[in-house]
Design a protein around this ligand. Structure first.
Ligand SMILES: [Mg+2]
Length: 417
């Protein structure tokens, strides 16, 4: 079995370059629109260096002097180009798993020369869409993903892992264990104590030791590193790429407080739904619709899309962005009849990548979310809700059977950025 992982290079930046070729060869970063931190960097920007996740104010001098170009994110464009890339790539394998907005796995076992097939696929995507990619090939998803890290240094942009044996061991010995897919910060701390530094060190860990410390999930990664296939391509049901929560208001909404409260309820529900299907969102669109049956109502329909610094399913983070979006959409004198939130670029929550300094204590917040989800499951879904959703007494969700309650932890988690 040969599995390929194709990864678009600096995807958001590459999308911007498609429509503005003057950006080519320059240090370009894309910012999350609200917080103004860097969510994507061109190779030139990495070389400056600009770190992933830094707030705009920290690189102000570089931007003002013109050494680095900073762009706002255009998530609609990225989503559209992503769909085109994925459609093109689907033709180069017998099965495809769209893993994130800019990555997919392909089963290329049917190809007599997978390296040539991937080189052809890369050329096609570059020619037809202008998006550069790199491709890793291996007998398992974990090895394919690792191979894609090496691929960026190859002339043809493709790297195929050798079959299990001394040659594979040699490759793994050169790769830091932190580059292995799925070995997050929790693993790295333990690995440091175990003296595990390279991917090869990890591949040689006793399976029983891994299982004892990290359960079957950790054991599986080690098996995959050895070339033993444990993770199947996630084909059916097709991974959900979007999730939406929307509703018409029982009563026309006219005040900012009511609009904020309504959207907060949708955002909170969307976050809960995401956690239930164990996925995280890369971005969110908040939209509001004017009351079109009221001819005197001003045109106050619109939508705002915001990217998250890292994919998230955490209620406080989602509420924070939703609220910022509502404030942007708010028009004095507006009258709204409907609103909704659309979560975009969904990825697998279990393999979340958090590679840069993160202002949010994600494990701790995730535990809090799990506790709230469990309580809501037991007592009805709105038993515990965030303060934002309870701000307004005028707008009431239809299914609200319990009074709103403050949960107190939000500000602590939110206040950092
Ligand atoms: Mg990428």
């Amino acid at each position: 079995v040969d599995i390929a992982l194709i990864d678009c290079t600096s995807f958001y930046v590459s999308c911007e370059r498609v429509f503005d070729p003057s950006l080519r060869g320059k240090a370009v970063v894309v910012l999350s629109s609200n917080d103004g931190c860097v969510v994507a960097r061109s190779a030139e920007a990495k070389a400056v260096p600009v770190a992933m996740g830094v707030p705009l104010f920290e690189i102000r001098d570089l931007v003002d002097s013109g050494r680095v170009l900073a762009l706002s994110s255009n998530y609609t464009l990225y989503g559209d180009l992503s769909a085109r890339v994925m459609t093109l790539l689907a033709g180069y394998g017998s099965a495809q798993e769209i893993y994130s907005i800019d990555e997919c796995f392909l089963n290329v076992s049917d190809s007599s020369d997978p390296v040539a097939t991937m080189a052809e696929a890369r050329a096609r995507v570059l020619h037809d869409l202008g998006i550069p990619t790199k491709a890793g090939i291996g007998p398992t998803k974990t090895l394919a993903k690792l191979a894609s890290e090496i691929a960026k240094d190859q002339a043809n942009g493709v790297f195929k892992m050798p079959p299990p044996g001394p040659a594979l061991a040699e490759v793994l010995a050169r790769l830091p264990v932190a580059e292995v897919w799925g070995f997050g910060p929790a693993y790295q701390t333990v690995f440091a104590g175990w003296g595990v530094a390279t991917a090869l060190d990890a591949a040689r860990l006793p399976l029983s030791q891994m299982r004892q410390r990290f359960g079957v999930v950790g054991e599986r990664i080690v098996r995959e590193l050895r070339g033993e296939r444990c993770l199947a391509l996630d084909l059916h049901p097709a991974p959900k790429q979007t999730l939406t929560v929307s509703r018409s208001f029982g009563e026309q909404v006219e005040t900012l407080a009511d609009l904020r409260a309504a959207v907060a309820v949708f955002a909170e529900r969307a976050a809960m739904k995401l956690r239930r299907i164990r996925r995280t969102a890369s971005a969110m669109t908040v939209w509001v619709s004017a009351n079109r049956f009221d001819p005197s109502a001003p045109d106050c329909s619109g939508s705002v899309t915001r990217a998250f610094p890292v994919p998230t399913a955490l209620t406080p983070e989602i509420l924070h962005q939703a609220d910022a979006a509502v404030r942007q959409l708010w028009r004095p004198g507006g009258r709204w009849k409907k609103a909704g939130v659309l979560m975009l670029g969904l990825t697998d929550a279990a393999t979340q990548q958090t590679t840069f300094p993160d202002p949010i204590d994600r494990p701790r917040t995730a535990r809090l979310m799990a506790a709230i989800d469990a309580a809501n499951e037991r007592h009805g879904r709105t038993m515990i809700r965030s303060a934002a959703a309870g701000l307004s007494s005028r707008w009431k969700p239809l299914a609200n059977r319990c009074s709103a309650r403050f949960t107190t932890q939000w500000d602590e988690v939110l206040g950092v950025r």
